[in-house]
Design a protein around this ligand. Structure first.
Ligand code: GRF
Length: 271
């Protein structure tokens, strides 16, 4: 942190409305921080333009191009020396044991290649927190471990368009609509080795009214996302988020251990 200002890096894939909300919150001092870079996984991500308008440095790592080059000529593309595949496969929880091992290897080989480039592009920037703002790629332990260097101090956040743990994946509002949920919402969480499975920081919910279309649901959800993300980032900026491991025994004697986020009370500024 410089002058108590959180340095925020962002990764996006699309329009970047959450990026805009975070940027606005920095301007309005709802977040004591500033954006130091915006990266995208595709050159046509509209949010890149928004970032450039605000003079925030941008970069692109074209995941699509990396994946298709790998499909054509995998043998010609050197794998990062520190990206030992078996170690990463053992750590990851994106895929279960039932998933075809060859598919897993292909997935992680290409993602590690892309993530090595992401890390390279991020290297010039010092940042305290990395926010995924509509970034539609799963990150692997290769990348996560290089960003989260202090144990139990995660510093990658994601916003997800559903009330986790329901509807992990890419289409939370669509899933909420199709399932006939009467309540929808959004979740901000730290990123772990699984898909949308990391410790939850904050959630907001809305009522689904009879006759609501998918578009209505998406609009209600996005309005809440733009409030929730800045609130959670400000909690991080205030150093009020702690990871705690809790173990519970269920009525059927199963022991469940999870890492949870505890939110510390706001500092008393009256004294
Ligand atoms: C948002 O609903 C976000 O939760 C999801 O992608 C959507 C688009 O975000 N991950 P944005 O407009 O690009 O910020």
């Amino acid at each position: 942190m410089i002058n108590n200002q959180l340095r925020i890096g962002a990764l996006i894939s699309g329009t970047g409305t959450n990026l805009q909300a975070v940027f606005d919150a920095c301007q309005n001092k709802k977040i004591h921080g500033r954006m130091v870079f915006v990266g995208a996984d595709r050159p046509d991500a509209a949010g890149l333009e928004k970032a450039a308008q605000h003079n925030i440095p941008t970069f692109v790592v074209d995941y699509g191009a990396i994946i298709s080059a790998h499909q054509k000529e995998a043998h010609k593309i050197p794998h990062p020396a520190d990206g030992e595949l078996n170690r990463i496969l053992k750590k990851q929880t994106l895929f279960g044991a039932h998933t075809d091992p060859e598919r897993q290897k292909r997935f992680f080989s290409t993602r590690i290649l892309a993530e090595a480039q992401l890390l390279e592009k991020m290297r010039p920037f010092r940042f305290d927190l990395l926010v995924l703002a509509g970034f539609m790629r799963n990150l692997t332990p290769y990348f996560i471990d290089k960003v989260n260097t202090v144990s139990d101090r995660p510093r990658i956040m994601n916003i997800h368009p559903a009330l986790l743990p329901a509807f992990a994946g890419t289409d939370g509002y669509g899933d909420t609509f199709r399932y006939g949920c009467k309540v929808g919402g959004c979740t901000v969480h730290f990123v772990d080795y699984g898909e949308d499975s990391g410790p939850i920081i904050g959630q907001k919910a809305f009522a689904v009214q009879p006759g609501d279309t998918l578009e209505d649901i998406r609009k209600k959800g996005l309005l809440l996302e733009w409030q929730l993300y800045p609130e959670c980032i400000q909690l991080f900026a205030q150093n009020r988020l702690r990871i705690q491991q809790k173990t519970h025994t269920t009525s059927t004697a199963n022991r469940i251990t999870r890492r949870l986020v505890t939110i510390l009370p706001a500092p008393d500024t009256s004294r």
